[in-house]
Design a protein around this ligand. Structure first.
Ligand SMILES: *[C@@H]1O[C@H](CO)[C@@H](O)[C@H](O)[C@H]1NC(C)=O
Ligand SMILES: *[C@@H]1O[C@H](CO)[C@@H](O)[C@H](O)[C@H]1NC(C)=O
Ligand SMILES: *[C@@H]1O[C@H](CO)[C@@H](O)[C@H](O)[C@H]1NC(C)=O
Ligand SMILES: *[C@@H]1O[C@H](CO)[C@@H](O)[C@H](O)[C@H]1NC(C)=O
Ligand SMILES: *[C@@H]1O[C@H](CO)[C@@H](O)[C@H](O)[C@H]1NC(C)=O
Ligand SMILES: *[C@@H]1O[C@H](CO)[C@@H](O)[C@H](O)[C@H]1NC(C)=O
Length: 389
């Protein structure tokens, strides 16, 4: 690992990324959530063994020990086989996408109703009783993360599951807390990877003008979880949230492709067997990631987790830099007159595009588009959004 990273200086690495295109597809036939017949609204991941379908795999037939192995043990061996038997430009990995548990912003959205929430309340830091700026988990959310924790422990004990080799999380507090409660204190199998997640900026939620999408500074995140890794280049202050413009679906899809590319490259450089990866993120962002991965629309409830078997094929193909403009988002300056289907500001409090809270970060998105050195062959439209996360 060390040798490789010394051999490829940062610039060489950047060139390598731009000269190739990673084509992601979801491999179906392994998980219920990939089947059209599975209803996302009623699917309960911890009652369905993460959706893993009971079946045999090609790898089973070569090994008489198969009959004594659990479904998850045989599945892991099948992923090893898929990797061994594919060309060097093709990789198979299983990503466990977890949505954070219920946060105070989710509760407030329910309390005020979505129209009033979107057009006024969400633009404030809180209401005096509760705060939803970079919202923390509510007690319900903590309990949901504890459910995920208990389910992982059952999988480890009963199913002898291979635990994640790498962990990533969005930098927003609700995800940091969810990852922490889910994975701290598990009685892990021997020779499993330590839970030491990497905080990645681009796994954050769809950036709107809502203050729940405005993250705390790097110092705060570090102080909360001092042993965790914060990715290189992570800025002290949030330089993306500005309270004026909102990321569009197309802009988010480009970012989702970019973050998947970064993770795949990082795992390749680590030169270890990183077949299982955990990502703690948000409903909107997981929906966007699923669309980039060619997965069908599948909305996650708060606290839900689904695994996805991903095939990543690196193609020798130049890609352009993709630039996407964000859209200006208006809101009321006082609680809206009524909670109609659409936002209707009170007559005396007309719509504005100026933030209701003070913004400390620089405002790069007000002046121009956000660009990433990556591209989509077609403009995938994120699907499967169930409200805000
Ligand atoms: C990506 O892979 C899918 C499935 O194999 C294929 O249909 C598609 O054309 C590929 N995209 C590119 C850009 O090669
Ligand atoms: C899969 O197998 C397990 C144990 O063998 C069983 O408990 C479970 O009900 C099966 N699931 C399905 C969906 O058939
Ligand atoms: C703030 O919102 C919460 C719901 O999230 C509600 O229970 C509380 O009463 C509200 N506080 C005020 C002062 O309106
Ligand atoms: C992390 O999780 C542990 C175990 O649930 C909990 O005791 C601790 O308070 C959490 N830390 C933070 C900062 O939330
Ligand atoms: C992202 O936020 C913008 C602005 O709030 C909104 O129009 C858009 O629908 C959101 N997209 C998703 C996927 O939540
Ligand atoms: C980080 O944010 C905290 C409040 O969340 C604040 O007290 C602190 O001064 C900030 N630190 C830096 C270095 O900006």
């Amino acid at each position: 690992m060390k040798i490789l990273s010394w051999a490829f200086p940062v610039l060489g690495l950047a060139t390598l990324i731009q000269a190739s295109y990673i084509n992601y597809t979801t491999v179906t036939g392994y998980f219920m959530q990939d089947e059209a017949s599975t209803d996302a609204d009623t699917f309960i991941y911890y009652e369905e063994n993460f959706g893993l379908i009971n079946r045999t795999y090609a790898a089973d037939f070569d090994d008489p020990a198969s009959k004594d192995m659990t479904q998850w043990q045989r599945f892991y061996r099948e992923i090893v086989r898929l990797n061994l038997q594919s060309p060097s430009n093709v990789e198979f990995k299983v990503f466990f996408f977890g949505r954070h548990g219920d946060g105070y912003h989710n509760d407030a959205q329910t309390y005020y109703g979505t129209p009033a929430w979107n057009c006024y309340w969400a633009e404030l830091d809180g209401n005096g009783t509760i705060s939803w700026y970079d919202a923390a988990l509510s007690p319900t959310g903590i309990a949901q993360a504890q459910t995920a924790h208990d389910f992982w422990q059952w999988l480890i004990n009963d199913q002898k599951i291979h635990t994640p080799d790498a962990y990533y999380t969005s930098p927003l507090t609700r995800c940091l807390e969810t990852a922490n409660v889910t994975f701290t204190g598990l009685d892990m199998p021997e020779d499993s990877s330590e839970f030491k997640p990497t905080v990645k900026e681009l796994f954050r939620e769809n950036i709107s003008i809502h203050t729940c999408d405005n993250r705390h500074n790097k110092t705060y995140i570090h102080d909360m979880f001092p042993s965790w890794i914060i990715e290189d280049g992570f800025s002290e202050n949030d330089e993306l949230w500005n309270g004026v413009t909102a990321e569009t679906d197309a802009a988010e899809a480009v970012r989702s492709k970019k973050v998947m590319d970064e993770v795949f490259l990082q795992l390749k450089m680590a030169q270890e067997s990183n077949l299982f990866v955990s990502v703690t993120s948000h409903s909107g962002e997981i929906g966007s990631l699923l669309s980039v991965l060619g997965h069908r629309t599948f909305s996650l409830n708060t606290g839900a987790v689904i695994p996805v078997l991903i095939k990543a094929e690196t193609l020798d193909k130049n890609v352009a830099t993709a630039c996407k403009t964000w859209s200006v988002s208006a809101h009321c300056t006082a609680p809206p007159a009524t909670s109609l289907a659409n936002c209707v500001c009170a007559a005396s409090a007309a719509e504005v595009t100026t933030p209701l809270v003070s913004v400390t970060s620089v405002l790069p998105t007000e002046t121009g588009p956000i660009c990433y050195n990556t591209a989509l062959p077609t403009e995938a439209t994120p699907a499967g959004r169930a409200g805000r996360a």
